[in-house]
Design a protein around this ligand. Structure first.
Ligand code: FAD
Ligand code: NAP
Length: 574
């Protein structure tokens, strides 16, 4: 019975249906689902062939393991024997083989940077790549810089004298034991020692070290801090003008303070172990005209702080977003409400010591441990309703985040999510995505093409468009589903269209009952050419499209055929 291909895949009711040319999941043999893989990793079987030993792998050695039954791949400096995983990989064996015997980091990041491979492949870990002599110099340079910070030397840190808070100290961070000049030999020795130690422990992934601190210069962001009796203010100078409250994510846990500022395609990270205790809540404000962010912490005791704290991993570094790992915080499940027969509205609450706003059109990753393996899937936050201004609970700092999530009974993640009880926790990442609100600038016609849960990014877009785009004349949503029962928030959509004459909603069903007298079928030239009429010949138009990958890909092709330009189309993908 094993190894029989699933006859029903891609099942008519499955999200996995593939159109020609589409990158999607491939049908897996029976007994080869990701759940089966998790079971295998727990079976105690030796999956590396090394009986639990970890080895140092040279490039020459890695190259030798390039066959299906002997396939090693390096991801971020760690080498995995992926041969046992081949048959379980949702993207298929061929996709994995593209990186056989080589460094697959870039390929991996292109396709699914967010997949928690460390956990999924931990039983396949062969060891670390051997560090080449040429790389040693970089590490040493970087470690010197790390120690410079540790030693209290003002490294890339600027002070603002114009601030109302009194600057208390000239030393921002912990004046540790290293003093350059006085203890030069100890310092150099320590650099070498720390470098060697961190390299061996694998704490300094190559890409981050080389991409970060080297970028110092006049446009490099900086930070400073000030205090009053009761408050500590950390000021971040982004040196950019397009900064807003969505650009900054702050997490505080015990004494660790972490602030990620999104600056173009990079993250500027402030990561400090605070020297004294602060209260749970804090405030964040942005002075957009000068690109300055102020995070105001409340001291637990009204005493003067001599220094802010000590630097933690990657503190004061500007890292390309594609090279950063995803940071997760635990959110509590506050409520869960049925929306359709298989889709629920989940409400998660951020921890009190987190500031995070998910920008319109972006998604986050939710992470759960499923029988000991961490599984991560992307989800797009929505508003609590299409009339959210009346319904959303009033809480400071947008602490509630809503998700419309379809539960697939045979899926890996969603049944587990559905089993969570109110009060349970789920980890949530920082937001990601390419959609920018600037795409709405001077927009006149907005067309939304959504299939199934591909409706989720459209929710905030609809709310925003109807309230915040003064130039908007028309919004048209074409919503593809199988049956009437699958339509998410149908009555809300109908009410909204009734209330706001700029909105038209068209439902299209692929498997309707005989009573359905609306539109039928799949996305097609006929449906689109009739639907996508510009208001005026030269009106400023945007078409947003989201759904199963093949749906989206086909939609984009049809839109090009209908002469919509690249700039007039935004497709939502992972
Ligand atoms: P999976 O294990 O992925 O399975 C889904 C279905 O496919 C099941 O029926 C399963 O049996 C079948 N299947 C999977 N692989 C195979 C195979 N190889 N052979 C045969 N059958 C197979 N979803 C939402 O509901 N809401 C959102 O807001 C949302 N936002 C998203 C945002 C982005 C950017 C992306 C990329 C996806 C988003 N999704 C969203 C989809 C979501 O990430 C998950 O893919 C979805 O929840 C399914 O997860 P699962 O692990 O439960 O199911
Ligand atoms: P679904 O119910 O399976 O399908 C919704 C509609 O799309 C149905 O009418 C279906 O027709 C049609 N459809 C499916 N595959 C098609 C294809 N290849 N070509 C044309 N039409 C097709 O959808 P779902 O289960 O809710 O899945 C939603 C998908 O959206 C998931 O793949 C999810 O990952 C994705 N999503 C992406 C994002 C993002 O931001 N990237 C956000 C949310 C969701 P049939 O009846 O013929 O199947």
């Amino acid at each position: 019975m094993l190894n029989v291909p699933s006859q029903s895949f891609p099942a008519p009711r499955s999200q996995q249906r593939v159109a020609a040319g589409g990158r999607s999941k491939v049908p897996l043999k029976q007994g080869r689902s990701l759940m089966d893989w998790i079971r295998l990793t727990k079976s105690g079987k030796d999956l590396t062939g090394l009986k639990g030993r970890l080895i140092e792998v040279t490039e020459e050695e890695l190259k030798k393991h390039n066959k299906k039954d002997d396939c090693w791949i390096c991801i971020r400096g760690f080498v995995y024997n992926v041969s046992p995983y081949m048959e379980y990989h949702p993207g298929g064996e061929d996709e994995l083989m593209r990186a056989a015997g080589s460094d697959g980091t870039e390929l991996f990041d292109q396709v699914h940077r967010w997949v928690n491979y460390e956990s999924m492949l931990k039983e396949c870990l062969v060891g670390r790549m051997a560090v080449k002599p040429a790389v040693l110099k970089d590490y040493r340079e970087e470690e010197k810089k790390v120690l410079n910070v540790k030693g209290g030397i003002k490294y890339g840190i600027q002070h603002s004298t114009s601030d109302v808070f009194s600057p208390v100290t000239s030393c921002n961070l912990d004046p540790g034991p290293y003093k350059i000049g006085t203890h030069l030999h100890i310092y150099i020795f320590s650099c070498l020692f720390l470098w060697a130690y961190l390299s061996l422990c694998g704490m300094l992934p190559k890409s981050q070290v080389t991409d970060t601190l080297a970028k110092e210069g006049p446009n490099y962001p900086s930070y400073d801090w000030f205090q009053t009796d009761s408050l500590v203010t950390i000021a971040i100078y982004t040196k950019q003008k397009d900064i807003n409250l969505d650009s900054i994510i702050v997490d505080r846990q015990d004494d660790s303070f972490r602030a990620e500022t999104i600056i173009k395609d990079c993250l500027y990270l402030i990561h400090i172990g605070l020297s004294r205790e602060v209260q749970e809540d804090f405030s964040v404000r942005v002075i957009e005209s000068v690109g300055k962010i102020e995070i105001v912490l409340k001291k637990k005791e009204n005493t003067s702080w001599n220094f802010l704290g000590h630097p933690l991993e990657n503190h004061h570094s500007l890292i390309p977003r594609k090279d950063t790992g995803l940071y997760y915080r635990k959110c509590q499940l506050i409520s869960k409400e049925d929306v359709t027969h298989d889709t629920r509205l989940f409400c998660l609450m951020l921890p009190p010591s987190t500031h995070l706003q998910v920008p319109i059109g972006q998604h986050v990753y939710l992470k759960l441990s499923i029988t000991g393996t961490e599984i991560v899937k992307p989800y797009t936050p929505v508003s609590g309703s299409l009339f959210s201004e009346f319904k959303e609970p009033v809480l400071p700092n947008n602490k509630y985040i809503y998700f419309l999530i379809k539960i697939y009974p045979t899926g890996l993640f969603t049944p587990e999510l559905d089993r969570l009880q109110i009060g349970d926790f789920v980890s949530m990442s920082s937001p990601e995505g390419t959609f920018k609100i600037s795409e709405f600038q001077e927009l006149e016609d907005l067309f939304l093409l959504a299939a199934g849960t591909g409706f989720t990014p459209m929710v905030k877009i609809l709310n925003y468009a109807l309230t915040d785009i003064p130039t908007l004349r028309k919004v048209k949503l074409m919503f593809f589903n199988k049956t009437e029962d699958d339509i998410i928030w149908r009555s809300q959509l109908e009410k909204l269209a009734f209330k706001d004459k700029r909105l038209d909603v068209e439902f299209v069903l692929s498997a309707p009952t005989s009573e359905w007298n609306g539109k039928q079928g799949h996305i097609s030239p006929a449906l689109l050419s009739e639907f996508l009429k510009r208001n005026l010949d030269k009106s400023r138009v945007l078409v947003c499209i989201c759904g199963p990958v093949p749906f989206t890909e086909q939609g984009i092709r049809l839109l090009h055929d209908l002469n919509f330009s690249k700039n007039e189309i935004h497709s939502f993908t992972a």
